[in-house]
Design a protein around this ligand. Structure first.
Ligand code: HEC
Length: 209
């Protein structure tokens, strides 16, 4: 397969190459993906998503409506059916229950977190609610992060991004646990897109979550 220069999410590649989604929405056996598969090193790893993402419904909505959940994202629009999206989401979200984080992550002060977000340089790479992709960074916009990420994962991520993704471009910022808790509280308060997820789920299943 020809290497792609187009910003292409590994998930899109996984759909085509690795997971082998069948016409009926079933999944063929996955194999590890390599650069030879055409992976562009932009998308984050999709490792243990059940420890990162709040629920599989968010993944389904992301697969079907990426541009509604994040206005300035780089993910290619996928041509998949709702049944395929649900099968892929179920596959990505499977795994043993995550273990409790070593450090409590709740109880932060969102206002102090907002100040830290500016003072500690997060805003140098991340926007929150921007509508056009920034030219200077591949860092994701963080609007709606509160409906996407689990708080414990977020705490661990800010504390040590490379533990989850050794190749990440996100720097390790020196912060104490209280400061990280404040950032977590601030980021989790951004719940934009909840209505999009609810609408997608309702359309697919006829029920609300
Ligand atoms: C040098 C640029 C840079 C800086 C500074 C930076 N980040 Fe990031 N961040 C990234 C990139 C790039 C990613 C995408 C993940 C990857 O590539 O592994 C990311 C990912 C994230 C994510 C996960 C988003 C998602 O949807 O999965 C969060 C949350 C986050 N950063 C928060 C922060 C916070 C809080 C700070 C400040 C303490 C910060 N970042 C500073 C570049 C940066």
């Amino acid at each position: 397969m020809k290497k792609s220069c187009v910003p292409f999410s590994p998930l899109a590649v996984a759909l085509v190459v690795g997971l082998g989604v069948t016409a009926t929405g079933g999944l063929a056996r996955a194999r590890p993906l390599t650069v030879e598969d055409g992976l562009h090193p932009i998308g984050p790893p999709l490792t243990a998503l059940h420890t990162k993402v709040t629920n599989a419904d968010w993944i389904v909505a992301w697969l079907l409506k990426p541009n509604r959940l994040r206005l300035n994202q780089h993910m290619s629009k996928l041509r998949i059916t709702a049944a395929e999206a649900r099968a892929v989401a179920a596959h990505l979200y499977s795994g043993p229950p995550p273990t409790a984080p070593a450090v409590p992550w709740k109880g932060g002060d969102a206002r102090k977190g907002e100040q830290l977000f500016v003072a500690r340089g997060c805003r140098g790479c991340h926007t929150i609610g921007a509508t056009v992709p920034p030219e200077w960074t591949r860092a994701p916009d963080l609007a709606g992060i509160g409906i996407k990420l689990r708080g414990d994962w977020l705490f661990n991520w800010i504390k040590s991004p490379r533990t989850y993704n050794p190749d990440t471009a996100m720097p390790q910022v020196t912060l104490n646990d209280d400061e990280i808790r404040n950032l977590v509280a601030f980021l989790l308060s951004h719940r934009e897109g909840a209505a999009v997820v609810a609408k997608v789920v309702k359309r697919i299943t006829g029920t609300t979550t």
